[in-house]
Each structure stands twice: as C-alpha cells, then as structure tokens.
Design a protein around this ligand. Structure first.
Ligand code: GAR
Length: 222
C-alpha cells in the first residue's frame, strides 16, 4: 500500500513571555502574518505593565496580560501563578522573548522540552546580563545571538541556532546591540518554525533537528 505522509496543518499553540520592548515578539508576529510560521499566539504575558511588547500584542489582536512579579512575596509564588496563567492557554510551546526573570526549577521542569529562549550572545560565551558591554570589554572580534531550549542551567540549555556578527572597533553597546537584534529577529522565528513543523525536539541534553542530534548549533544563515 502506498505510504501517505502526514501534512502538519494544525497551528502550534504558543504563549510568549516578555519584559520589555518586544521586538522579538514583533518579528514572530510578522513571520506569522507572512504565512511562513504555522503558530497561533494564544497570549503574551509580561512581568511589567509598562512593557511596549504588550502594545504590540494588542495591535495584533493577541490577548496581552501583565503578571507583575512585585505583587508576589517571592520567586516561587510568582512562578506558580505564572504557570497557572500560562496553562490556561494550553500552549504546546512557551517562548521567552526578552523575559528577564530567573525561573525556578519546578517551573522549568514543567515546560521541559517545550520552552525556548533567545540570548544576546554566542553561548556559552557571556551568559547572564550585559552581554554587549562584556563582549566589547573582552575585545571580542565577533558576537551574536543564540536560541536554545530552556533547562535548569542558566542560559545553558541545548543550543539550536546561532547568528554571528562582527564587532567593529567603533562599536558602542547600542550599535552592537542593534546589529545583534537584527539577527535575533531572523533566528527566533526560524527555530520556532522548526519546532512547529515537528522537525525540532529536545532529546536528553541535545537539540535534535530532522532526527539528527546537534553537537553544535546550526550557524545562521548556514
Ligand atoms: C533581546 O536582545 C533578547 O535576546 C534579550 O533581551 C532582549 C529583548 O529585546 N534577552 C535576554 O537577555 C535573556 N537573557 P526585545 O524585547 O526587543 O525582544
């Protein structure tokens, strides 16, 4: 009998977490609207009511929610409430797009293999904060951005894709951040697309793309 291949038509249910400007969120929304990203963003959640990304969500008719971490006595109680809010939307993928809170172990375990993050450095270089400033201070010749699955190791989960940019002598934190951000807007929608197409999964401590465990991240543009 002839083998029929399954065509994935159902859109992947996604919740996006933000803390700020939401330019990565915008890149994801734009990719959705150009029909090459088969996802449905069911909610955008921010830990800050002033995050401009909330406005971007509303403009795209996506439910926008604020869950302010300062309304909770500690990290654990905040993360429990956040998990409850997220799970109302039944996401198949949680996308951290500039969400600047450290997430406790139980929260990360709950979304293991279905939570992605974007980080503005070539991990494992410059995990943590102030990556552009630190790259400049270290006289790095190149810098970039990484998309990875989230695990309990801070910025240390399995790498999926990285984009490299040159560092110029005259760069400031702002010019370097802008060059990196432009690449972030390319690699995040791409990684999310692979996940939505079921081409990308987390297996053990590896990202697996098209059935092959990645021993190093895909280098954008290839
Ligand atoms: C991006 O540069 C993202 O990589 C970074 O925050 C910025 C958010 O920008 N994330 C982290 O530093 C996470 N550790 P955006 O709000 O315009 O998307």
């Amino acid at each position: 009998m002839k083998q029929e291949y399954a065509v994935v038509t159902k859109k992947l249910a996604v919740v996006v977490l933000i803390s700020g400007g939401g330019s990565n969120l915008q890149a994801i929304i734009d990719a959705m609207h150009h029909h090459d990203l088969p996802i449905e963003i069911r909610a955008v959640i921010s830990n800050k009511g002033t995050a401009y990304g909330l406005e971007r969500a509303r403009r795209a008719n996506i439910p926008a929610h604020t869950l302010n971490h300062t309304d909770f006595p500690d990290r654990i109680s905040y993360s429990r409430a956040l998990q409850e809010l997220i799970d109302n939307f039944k996401p198949e993928l949680v996308v951290l797009a500039g969400f600047m809170r450290i997430l406790p172990e139980a929260f990360v375990d709950h979304y293991m293999g279905r939570m992605l993050n974007i980080h503005p450095s070539l991990l494992p270089e410059f995990s943590g904060l102030h990556t552009h400033q630190r790259a400049l201070k270290a006289n790095a010749l190149e810098h970039g951005a990484s998309v990875h699955f989230v695990t309990n190791e801070l910025d240390g989960g399995p790498l999926i894709i990285q984009a490299h940019v040159p560092v110029h002598k005259e760069d400031t934190v702002e010019t370097l951040a802008e060059r990196v951000l432009e690449k972030e807007h390319k690699i995040y929608p791409l990684a999310i697309k692979w996940f939505a197409q079921k081409r990308l999964v987390m297996q053990g401590n590896h990202a697996n793309l098209d059935g092959i465990p990645l021993d190093k991240p895909i280098k954008y543009p290839g």
